[in-house]
Design a protein around this ligand. Sequence first.
Ligand code: ADP
Ligand code: SF4
Ligand code: MG
Length: 337
Amino acid sequence: MAEKELLSQIRNLSVEYKTRLGQVSAVDSVSFDIYKGEILGLVGESGCGKSTMGKALMRMIQPPGKITGGQIIFQGEDIMTYDDNQMRDFRGRKVSMIFQDPMTSLNPTQRVDEHIIEAIQVHEPQVKIEEALKLAEKMIRKLGMQKRRMNSYPHQLSGGMRQRVMVGLGLVLNADLIVADEATTSLDVIVEAQLADQLKDIREEFGVSLLVITHNIALVAEISDRIVVMYAGHVMEIANVEPIFDNPLHPYTRGLLKSIPNIKLNDTEELYKMPGEPPNLTHPPSGCRFHPRCPRVMPICKVHGPDLTEVSPGRFVKCWLYIDHPEKESETIKVEA
Ligand SMILES: Nc1ncnc2c1ncn2[C@@H]1O[C@H](COP(=O)(O)OP(=O)(O)O)[C@@H](O)[C@H]1O
Ligand code: SF4
Ligand SMILES: [Mg+2]
């Protein structure tokens, strides 16, 4: 296989929200890469910082949130250094985002063709309306929709079609990355599967990278090339999809996988539910943030947080089970006051 080409490198990115109850450490020193043309799944339970991460990638964190540190390298440039004009251009041309409810992003009084033409003309004012219309038509067809849909208003479309229009708005400007945050979550199972298939086709046809953010690990298993597992604002494991499903290393990844509904499940088998829930991130647990829920917890885990470490090529884990530490075997680690 050809060497994978890097699109983006997120390095030690941190985001905090200032709330009445204290600082929420929603994304804490997160690092991962996105390659050209890949589908990368970002998975974890609700409240683990996935949406915050997705928005931070586009510098779309609103107050009381703030990016407090780190770098976002995109095609070799650190977008943290961009001014407002550069950011506006970046958001239109380079990265486009789709959300769970496309109605919040689409204008109810605008037809599909008007949305696409506007998206083109905002960034490419020199493109004439006839030309933009042709591009819009081409895009609609490529997304598997009939030409007559160009004249539809958002409320006249199904949920799946609305999501395809959102994808089209990014693709028409040749975005290099589409961030899809729970984009299939409100769809029924069949439409969800169709949209997932379509995202794969889109990747093939346009060579675009997709960051698919979801709490649904079964969905990322279905469509992703690689997976980033997030828990309590930390990246816990990164791996290609097959190895992570064949042999999950991190205890949190194991827990997530065990809780996927299994078709073989019979009446006597109860669906596994991981005990406990993600912590309140105003006071994250000491050491490894997963330690209060971890079935493999050791004394060191409560005191020292392990680094995300490459344990085999392309496979990263943040867990003491796979990393050496002089105090690892000790049963009596002193908890500092
Ligand atoms: N606007 C906000 N103000 C305060 N806290 C927030 C805000 N948005 C998210 N958070 C907190 O940040 C953490 C991560 O949330 P989020 O990124 O939405 O997680 P996920 O997408 O994985 O469900 C949670 O603890 C959440 O309560
Ligand atoms: S570091 Fe310790 S508590 Fe954290 S996941 Fe690994 S074994 Fe469990
Ligand atoms: Mg979310």
